[in-house]
Design a protein around this ligand. Structure first.
Ligand SMILES: Cc1ncc(COP(=O)(O)O)c(C=O)c1O
Length: 373
């Protein structure tokens, strides 16, 4: 499916209106774009995969300085951030689009397919934003199962591609299962997808994965005309509340998505732009976050092993956990105890636990032990 420039703005306005009428559901919490109310007091937030160590101290200082420029539009700084990212990822600035979080890219692509009455193919469960926006704008959604280890199954996906498929969505590592796929398998899958089918690879958690940045598909963006990568500064970079992310693709796709972006690529202001650029230069901070995240995960793994709870070893900052060893109302009961964890409606047998600081995970383990059955 080509990205059709002409019809986009008119259609996207229609779609936005339709979405306002349709509304959103709070079922996925943050993923829906609607905040479920956080509980009173200071709950332990193990529900939205936020980084408990961020923002980086260097970013905080830089943002204070940047606010002096807040009377000016930040377009020059967008160019600066692109320059920095292009060096860091060995791509051209024109391969990048800066957005207010990767949610913007996912929703734009979902709408794009929906408005053309196309079909989004993915493996499920996965991060639902694109599916939700696509569906509301008229897309058909085709889901295949994950494999027996809760990973994206490329054989199933390949077999499910037909002449009706417009876009394949791959989340690596995957949310909510926390699993990653071998880099070479994902690369050869991307190469096997017909050029008229878009591929979106969401790499929100890539820095936490075993492969790390080497697991990214970024090296393919100028080889494959149909590949779009979504990245975010909300996770390892610790900037979820500033709303900043980016897309990486070939120049033509970036230009096409940019022309449909309702904010004309001006949705990230000074504070997020400067915080993101400063943190790109502060890779010690990123490494510290990944290391501490591993310590937090280990505390939970040790407890689960002791109790015989099944779980997926996580390539992210959350742990996909079998529900059956816990009280069926464990999410509500943990909430009463001031700890927020996640269960999406279609995560039938699992709960998802975001990884906080080691002390917080110790508290989590002590409290959830009370709800073992
Ligand atoms: C896989 C995945 N993609 C994208 C996002 C959205 O992130 P952002 O804060 O950049 O909109 C999330 C947020 O949880 C996520 O888990």
């Amino acid at each position: 499916m080509a990205i059709n420039r002409r019809e986009w703005i008119q259609q996207s306005l229609l779609a936005s209106a339709a979405m306002l009428v349709a509304g959103t559901t709070g079922a996925y919490g943050c993923a829906s774009g609607i905040s479920e109310r956080r509980v009173e007091g200071s709950p332990l937030l193990l529900n939205w995969n936020e980084n408990p160590y961020g923002p980086a101290p260097s970013a905080l200082t830089a943002v204070g300085e940047a606010m002096k420029n807040a009377n000016r539009y930040p377009d020059e700084y967008i160019a600066k951030l692109k320059e920095k990212l292009s060096k860091f990822y060995s791509v051209k600035p024109d391969n990048l689009l800066i957005t207010a979080g990767s949610t913007e890219v996912l929703s734009l692509l979902g709408q794009h397919v929906g408005l053309q009455k196309g079909e989004i193919l993915t493996a499920y469960p996965t991060f639902p934003t694109m599916i939700m926006f696509g569906e509301r704008a008229g897309a058909r959604i085709k889901k295949v199962d994950l494999d027996s280890e809760n990973r994206f199954d490329f054989n199933r996906l390949k077999n499910a591609i037909t002449d009706k498929t417009s876009l394949v969505f791959v989340c690596n590592p995957n949310n909510p299962t926390g699993t990653e796929v071998p880099t070479e398998e994902l690369k050869s899958f991307c190469r096997s997808v017909p050029e008229n089918v878009l591929i979106c690879v969401d790499e929100a958690y890539i820095e936490y994965s075993n492969a790390g940045l080497k697991g990214s598909m970024v090296s393919l963006v100028n080889e494959l005309p149909n590949l779009i990568i979504c990245r975010t500064f909300s996770k390892t970079y610790g900037l979820a509340g500033l709303r900043i992310g980016f897309a990486i693709s070939n120049e033509a796709n970036i230009a096409a998505i940019r022309s449909r972006h309702l904010g004309f690529e001006l949705s990230a202001g000074w504070a997020p732009l400067v915080a993101a650029a400063t943190t790109v230069d502060d890779q010690d901070f990123i490494q510290m976050c990944v290391k501490k995240n591993n310590e937090g995960k280990q505390i939970v793994y040790d407890a689960y092993e002791k109790w015989g709870v099944e779980y997926n070893r996580s390539s992210t900052n959350f742990i996909y956990t079998r529900h059956d060893r816990f009280d069926k109302n464990v999410v509500a009961k943990m909430k009463e105890r001031g700890i927020l964890i996640t269960k999406w409606p279609d995560m039938y047998n699992h709960i998802r636990i975001s990884v906080g600081k080691p002390g917080e995970m110790q508290t989590f383990v002590e409290v959830i032990e009370e709800f073992l059955v």
